[in-house]
Write a protein that binds this ligand. Structure first.
Ligand SMILES: Nc1ncnc2c1ncn2[C@@H]1O[C@H](COP(=O)(O)OP(=O)(O)OP(=O)(O)O)[C@@H](O)[C@H]1O
Ligand SMILES: [Mg+2]
Length: 348
């Protein structure tokens, strides 16, 4: 078959915020920001991931940072190709085994056929010998060790940087899936907006990112504290600091939390009733970096009444899943291959 044994088997999670690469026999070898440095004059990608961030600090002239993936799909094909090519090269450099890699790549459940094909093509053009796309919720379920092939409903909720997705996985495929463009990036945007309108404070993107991370860390520890934010007053231009209380931050993210909770509810409602018993007994698995600043673990528990298991490494679930599948071609072949068919059982 075309998934023949040639180059190394690689799992690729091309996320809006982070790209994770898993190499057979080694596990996850890199986890880097989905960022490229583009030379403005030539349009060439000169660095990717961590390296792009570092280069940017030192050579700001003529070099722009770009995030080529949006809502989990390819927004800028040339830049995404550069990102994948460089990260694959970095991941595979220490290997003795040569040859072009065979890549299992995750595709968001909410992607259209055209978007799924764009992902497949970019990875191929970046140097893969073969590309096998799998729906991301399926990859997440495999990564978390759920019994995806069995006639048991596994409910997974993945809140990343660009999208939040919820799906029921059973018998090797997606039974129901829903997706909303509300995740970590939206938290950042909401906080920036709040600071601007309510506090008349302008802060840099870096500040907003740091704030969201602080929020995520605070949530993880389950305690509330005020976060100081430094910026520039919109009216006077003078530097100032405001203290954002936990309650205030809660109010800012509340509408986003609501959107994600409604999405999960919609999946529960659309799932065949035969699965109700599985959900009650086994609960749901929550993953993705965006679930942290939204405080979703507790809120999902309250809202659904189901036991919620937060993945031990929320940035890695999908990467681990595509990696495991790449290592096991027989298992890969047994799973449903329909990606980019848009969402199964989408509401009319
Ligand atoms: N310490 C942290 N560092 C980076 N991001 C963090 C951190 N803590 C929480 N986050 C949140 O995690 C989000 C990214 O999560 P994740 O890596 O799962 O997304 P992704 O898989 O790249 O995106 P998507 O699945 O939507 O394509 C960020 O948008 C940010 O809000
Ligand atoms: Mg993701």
């Amino acid at each position: 078959m075309w998934w023949r044994r040639s180059g190394p088997a690689v799992g690729l999670d091309l996320g809006t915020a982070h790209t994770v690469v898993h190499v057979e026999g080694r596990g996850i070898v890199l986890e880097e920001p989905s960022v490229v440095a583009v030379d403005q004059a030539t349009g060439a990608v000169v660095a990717a991931g961590h390296e792009a961030r570092m280069l940017f600090g030192r050579h700001p002239e003529g070099i722009r940072l770009r995030r080529p993936v949006a809502r989990g799909v390819v927004q800028d094909a040339a830049a995404t190709r550069g990102l994948v090519r460089r990260l694959l090269a970095k991941a595979l450099a220490p290997l003795r085994r040569r040859g072009r890699p065979r890549v299992v790549v995750g595709v968001p459940a909410g992607a259209t056929r055209v978007e799924a094909e764009a992902i497949r093509r970019v990875v191929e053009e970046a140097g893969a010998a073969a590309v096998w796309p799998v729906p991301e919720p399926l990859a997440v379920a495999v990564g978390e060790g759920l019994p995806v092939e069995e006639p048991v409903g596994s409910l997974v909720v993945d809140v990343g940087g660009g999208t939040a997705e919820a799906a029921v996985v059973a018998l090797g495929g997606l039974v129901v899936a829903r997706s909303v463009p509300v995740a970590g990036d939206a938290v950042e945007a909401a906080v920036l907006q709040h600071l601007r309108t309510r506090h008349r404070l302008l802060v840099g993107d870096g500040q907003a990112t740091a704030l969201v991370r602080a929020l995520a860390a605070g949530r993880a520890r389950q305690f509330a504290e005020a976060v100081p934010v430094a910026g520039r007053r919109l009216d006077s231009g003078i530097p100032a600091t405001v203290e954002l209380s936990a309650a205030e931050l809660d109010a800012v993210v509340a509408p986003l939390v609501r959107t994600v909770l409604d999405m999960v509810r919609a999946v529960l409602e659309a799932a065949p009733p035969e699965f109700a018993h599985d959900f009650l007994e086994r609960g749901l698995v929550l993953t993705g970096g965006g679930s942290l600043p939204l405080g979703l673990e507790r809120r999902l528990q309250e809202e659904t009444g189901l036991p919620v298991t937060l993945a031990p490494a929320p940035f890695r679930s999908a990467g681990l899943g595509v990696g495991r599948l790449a290592e096991d071609p027989a298992r890969l072949a047994r799973l449903a291959r329909d990606v980019g068919t848009a969402l199964p059982q989408r509401e009319p």
